[in-house]
Design a protein. Structure first.
Length: 114
């Protein structure tokens, strides 16, 4: 956790008391923020042009996370189809299956940069 925080991967998480809370589940918008920080840190280029407003539930995305959601999707770390039903579901928790897909995408994309 200290390394992730020191490297800036956790910058911008908003949760009232500004604590990371490592034992709490991550929402999809929080995961997007961490992924956007990875993309920025590794200088990953966007390959898509998805906007948060493309999702039916875009008004539920906290305004603080909108750009992060867009970046995480546009670099390919998150699916441009959101949950596959037209929604991003920003307040849903990231599942283990989603985490596995995200890790696979990150390894592929970051590996292509090296």
């Amino acid at each position: 956790m200290a390394s992730a925080k020191q490297s800036g991967l956790l910058n911008g998480l908003v949760n009232g008391d500004n604590a990371f809370k490592p034992n709490e589940p991550l929402t999809r918008q929080e995961m997007a923020l961490i992924l956007a920080n990875v993309a920025a840190n590794k200088h990953v280029k966007s390959t898509n042009n998805v906007k948060a407003t493309d999702f039916h539930d875009y008004t539920r995305i906290n305004e603080h996370y909108v750009k992060a959601v867009e970046l995480a999707i546009n670099v390919g770390f998150l699916s441009e189809n959101g949950m596959g039903d037209g929604n991003f579901s920003p307040h849903s928790y990231t599942t283990r299956a989603q985490a596995a897909l995200i890790q696979t995408s990150m390894i592929r994309i970051l590996g292509e940069l090296e």
